[in-house]
Design a binder for this molecule. Structure first.
Ligand code: ZN
Ligand code: ZN
Length: 576
């Protein structure tokens, strides 16, 4: 049996250890999970159930509840303290996942109030555009999966009981977008396959039926559901404190509650403003000597940020400038002894592929857990399609300073470096159920760690821009908790983002919309960052002269994408 590198299996005894049995259980768990959720399976690169598609009706939820009961029974036969550290965190994450499944089914109930939770676009989009198998192979499964689409949308109409206006609008526009997949392009692809002519005919019938079902659903929402959503008593997009707190606990798995992290964010915002004002005062004579500094501290800071934003890449050099920073970051990490970076796994920078076009900036594309030969890429966007005004505004936002912080976050030593480490302790649990707050928290943590270690030569300009960037993550939390738990109004939210966090109006409006349609995810950045930074400082105090930053980072990352609180517990235990 293949087991993790950290497993303490002792084969010399010939007796299966708890870790052996646990590993077998984990692999059975995923086989069963993928039968229950075949579309989720496909999205993770597991294609054995591609002919199936789940219809989330009462019967499905019954099976889901039985699945949870069955696997809780199996999981709870293991004692986490008897497992290796890697398996122990897997145990805790599986336990959380099973409990969360019941929470979403019985309390959160998005299937009743979020019409956008019904959308076949991504699953078919991935199958149609996928490169995991030849076209003929993929088409066979698309044909089979298509048969479920009419029943899927029929069930959606039955499940929706008290939708919010915002999620209804989202569902209409997203499903109309998905309908575009079932048109002439797909028919042309069908013609190119080696399917029999009877199957081709069936295929075209199913494409037409799928398109009719999606458009029918969008029409129904638009004409019959939406008109009823303007009167009083309609469900609000605000999740409410009780459900938000629970969702926060399941998703973030922090030792803080949502209310606690909100208070920390409010306090942190105040501290950031204080530091930013100090730097603004210091920089004023250098940049704005001829102007009087505004009395209002936030106005003064904004003026300085605007001034510093003049320093940015030329539009045509944007990609080249990003590419040039990657080796510089790697060299800094090495020279300062911050983290070992495996030289055999260099980051491949590429121009972002066409299907991602439109999202300028940079992002990481990593292969799924079942894609062993897949490569990791750093996608760098092009500004070619932007109008001159939009490009200028974008380049000012991702100016000389912020662009470097973005590269720290996305690439080195942020997401990319974390990914390389997490791939060294392979765990399906952590790659599929990986903790977003740990992953984002690490990337946000490295921004500060790099600047503190002297990246940017301790220039006050770099620090000021770093604080502005950090203020964004901080305000994401204030916004998220504020909107869903504290009834934060749109006007106050926009004031928070533009006046207090120095964001552009367009960015703030987009964020408001995102925050009304999602819950908890926006808290992940600040919560993870806060927990990692705090843990490091406690450790530093405890260990004094013996504290080694590089060793801390490598040990921390060795547990994979597990919640920070579990990593912390394990590290503390090992150091006792
Ligand atoms: Zn400019
Ligand atoms: Zn990130």
């Amino acid at each position: 049996m293949a087991s993790c590198g950290n497993s303490n299996t002792d084969h010399s005894l010939g007796v299966p250890t708890p870790n052996d049995a646990f590993n077998l259980m984990k692999s059975n768990f995923f086989d069963e999970l993928w039968k229950l959720y075949p579309a989720w399976a496909s999205s993770q690169g597991y294609h054995y159930n591609d002919s199936l598609f789940a219809i989330a009706d009462a019967d499905f939820r019954q099976r889901e509840a039985e699945f949870v009961k069955n696997w809780q029974h199996k999981l709870w036969q293991f004692k986490p303290e008897e497992l290796s550290p890697a398996d122990r965190t897997d145990w805790l994450m599986l336990d959380n996942q099973l409990k969360a499944t019941l929470f979403y089914a019985n309390e959160y109930k998005g299937y009743e109030w979020d019409p956008s939770s019904y959308n076949v676009g991504s699953t078919f989009g991935e199958m149609i555009n996928g490169t995991y198998a030849p076209l003929n192979e993929r088409m066979k499964y698309i044909l089979q999966r298509l048969a479920f689409v009419p029943a899927y949308y029929e069930n959606a109409r039955k499940q929706i009981k008290n939708p919010t206006l915002e999620h209804t609008d989202l569902a209409i526009s997203q499903n109309r977008g998905s309908a575009g997949l079932f048109g002439k392009d797909l028919q042309d692809s069908v013609a190119k396959t080696n399917l029999s002519s009877a199957d081709k005919k069936l295929f075209n019938e199913r494409i037409a039926a799928a398109a009719a079902a999606i458009n029918g659903y969008a029409d129904w929402l638009e004409k019959e559901v939406k008109p009823g959503l303007t009167k009083d008593g309609v469900k609000s997009f605000r999740l409410g404190k009780d459900l938000f707190e629970k969702k926060f606990d399941f998703e973030i798995q922090s030792h803080y509650t949502a209310a606690e992290i909100y208070d920390i964010a409010i306090k942190h915002k105040k501290e950031l403003h204080g530091e930013m004002y100090k730097l603004t005062t210091q920089l004023w004579p250098k940049y704005l000597a001829k102007e009087t500094m505004p009395k209002d501290t936030l106005s003064a800071i904004r003026k300085m940020i605007d001034k510093l934003s003049d320093k940015h890449s030329k539009r045509e050099d944007f990609q080249k400038d990003i590419e040039a920073q990657i080796p510089a970051l790697a060299k800094f990490v090495k020279d300062k002894n911050l983290l070992y970076l495996d030289p055999s796994k260099p980051l491949e920078v590429r121009k972002e592929p066409d299907y991602m076009a439109g999202v300028a900036g940079a992002s990481i594309s990593a292969p799924g857990p079942y894609d062993k030969d897949g490569k990791t890429f750093y996608n760098v966007g092009s500004l070619a399609a932007y109008t001159p005004e939009r490009a200028e505004s974008y380049l000012r936002e991702y100016n000389h300073y912020i662009l470097q912080i973005l590269n720290i976050h996305e690439a080195i030593p942020g997401h990319y470096a974390q990914l390389v480490y997490s791939n060294q302790s392979p765990s399906l649990v952590k790659s599929i159920l990986g903790n977003g707050a740990m992953v984002e928290g690490w990337a946000v943590y490295t921004e500060r760690m790099m600047i503190e270690s002297g990246y940017g030569a301790n220039e006050p300009e770099m620090w000021l821009m770093y604080y502005k960037w950090n203020l964004r993550a901080t305000c994401n939390t204030i916004l998220d908790v504020g909107i869903h738990c504290n009834n934060l109004s749109e006007a106050d939210a926009l004031d928070l983002m533009t006046r207090q966090a120095f964001q552009q109006e367009a960015e703030a409006k987009g964020k408001w919309r995102r925050a009304t349609l999602t819950q908890v995810q926006l808290c992940s950045y600040f919560t993870g960052y806060t927990e990692i930074y705090e843990f490091r400082n406690i450790l530093k105090q405890k260990q004094g002269d013996k504290f080694d930053l590089k060793a801390f980072h490598e040990k921390f990352l060795s547990y994979g994408s597990a919640p920070v609180k579990y990593v912390r517990e394990l590290m503390e235990k090992e150091m006792e």
